[in-house]
Design a protein around this ligand. Structure first.
Ligand SMILES: Cc1ncc(COP(=O)(O)O)c(C=O)c1O
Length: 461
């Protein structure tokens, strides 16, 4: 018989360690741990989208802040059938650890997806990762020592900013316009670094339907970027979650296909074309680089979820993945159009915004006297949210811009969200004009933005 002293106590029983309620962190708490933190924690930054997620989860908030695909469009009976099949036919394997680099079957699905954009890498040059986010982290972990230069677009993917910061990279941002990253500026930055005797570790780019700006790099610039990488022996990290979500226009060649994989590392993900909840992405890199990335992944999480890799395998076996993407394209095209239309109606004439041919985001820029971080507080009072532009910069720029997502809500809610944001912007514009006596509208533009349109009652989620 077990001695009573050896028996584990039930929760709440005698001997249980009392659970302390955590109040807000006090200065005493900070002192207690401060000496323990690694130096790099001082430069770690929080992701604006992650912070906002907590606030915007309230059902009454129309959050245009996320980058969420609409997973309610995925047929639940198909999900149920696939998971049931896994449970019946492969439960032991699906519940087991898997290889660090991912299953061959998952890689075969990834090759189908990459094939749809004209790429055919060797499966041995590919590692399955826990989302594209882990691939960014592993690349930075592999290549960046504190102070090393990473070049990226301005604005850049807000989720990459905390990663580059936590590896203490010296991030240089190169402006973008409607044709993507400005290659003339990129060359100037590389030349300036060369004069200092420095070479960037890599150039990070989201060339198609960029997050956050929605712009797409022209073919001419893509070709030139690849040439520059070759001439200067600099790696390029092409992050392409949105390439297959094109609503208009012609596909552009990927940087990876232009380069052939010598200098371009390629990052992909199932998050936007299937599900972000399964956390499956991938990275393709030249073998010596991939080997180090694999070591980094072993240390980080041993392997990507076996269960969700089995789900991907079942899903692709059904053979309907292209059809689902076509469905998403139809849905998101309508939502993009609704957002662009609402912006015309409800944003003041002083605002500008991008008109993306695909992806999930519009980037709007307001007059420079409006700070979108302050504006967000006002917008939240109206139960609407966006990502303030500063989140997409490392240096405090972007203060009067905002990222707006159009994939997560149906058209009526998008219109209502934009109407509410337009309302708070117009208040700021009116206030500024009253205080300064300025009136910025061009003579042939309407005196006031059209605040008309029905107020749409939003159903509770
Ligand atoms: C450009 C870009 N890269 C990477 C990610 C991360 O995606 P995930 O980790 O879900 O694959 C995102 C997500 O929004 C993104 O927009």
């Amino acid at each position: 018989m077990t001695d009573a002293r050896e028996r584990p106590e039930r929760p709440g029983g005698r001997g249980e360690t009392p659970r302390r309620r955590r109040a807000h962190t006090t200065s005493r708490d900070l002192e207690r741990y401060a000496d323990l933190f690694a130096r790099r924690t001082q430069v770690m930054r929080s992701s604006a989208m992650r912070d906002l997620m907590a606030i915007t989860a309230r059902p009454e908030v129309i959050s245009l802040a996320g980058g969420l695909p609409d997973t309610s469009t995925f047929p639940s009976d198909s999900f149920a059938a696939q998971m049931t099949r896994i449970a019946h036919e492969s439960s032991a394997e699906a519940l087991q650890y898997g290889p660090t680099e991912g299953f061959d079957e998952t890689k075969a699905c990834i090759l189908e997806v990459m094939g749809a954009e004209g790429m055919s890498p060797d499966p041995d040059d590919l590692i399955v990762t826990t989302g594209g986010q882990q691939a960014i982290d592993l690349i930075a972990k592999t290549l960046v020592d504190p102070g090393d230069v990473v070049i990226c677009e301005a604005p850049t993917y807000p989720g990459a900013v905390p990663t580059f910061c936590s590896y203490e990279a010296d991030v240089r941002q190169v402006s973008t316009d409607d044709d993507g990253m400005r290659i003339d500026e990129l060359e100037a930055v590389i030349d300036e670094l060369a004069r200092e005797g420095r070479r960037p570790k890599f150039i990070y780019s989201v060339p198609s339907f960029q997050n956050p700006a929605g712009v797409t790099m022209s073919e001419e610039r893509r070709r030139r970027l690849v040439e520059i990488a070759r001439e200067n022996e600099i790696l390029v990290c092409e992050d392409n979650p949105y390439g297959l979500l094109r609503y208009d226009g012609d596909p552009q060649p990927t940087l990876y296909s232009l380069d052939g994989g010598d200098y371009v590392l390629y990052l992909g993900t199932f998050s936007k074309i299937l599900s972000p909840g399964i956390r499956i992405g991938w990275v393709v890199a030249p073998p010596p680089v991939l080997e180090k990335i694999g070591l980094g992944k072993q240390a980080a999480d041993l392997c990507t979820s076996t269960l969700t890799q089995y789900f991907v395998r079942e899903y692709f076996a059904e053979g309907r993945w292209r059809e689902y993407i076509s469905d998403l394209i139809e849905i998101y095209r309508r939502r993009r159009d609704a957002m662009l239309d609402a912006l015309e109606r409800h944003f003041p004439s002083q605002a500008e915004w991008t008109r993306p041919e695909g992806g999930l985001f519009v980037w709007a820029t307001l007059p420079d006297y409006i700070d979108t971080t302050d504006l967000l507080a006002k917008a939240l009072r109206e139960n609407v949210a966006f990502v303030p532009g500063r989140a997409a910069y490392v240096d405090g720029r972007g203060a009067s811009s905002m990222r707006l997502n159009f994939s997560a809500f149906p058209e009526d809610e998008l219109r209502e969200g934009i109407r509410r944001i337009g309302g708070v912007i117009s208040e700021q514009v009116a206030l500024y004009e009253t205080i300064t006596g300025e009136h910025k509208a061009a003579p042939d533009e309407p005196e006031e933005p059209d605040q008309g349109g029905e107020v749409v009652p939003i159903r509770r989620r």
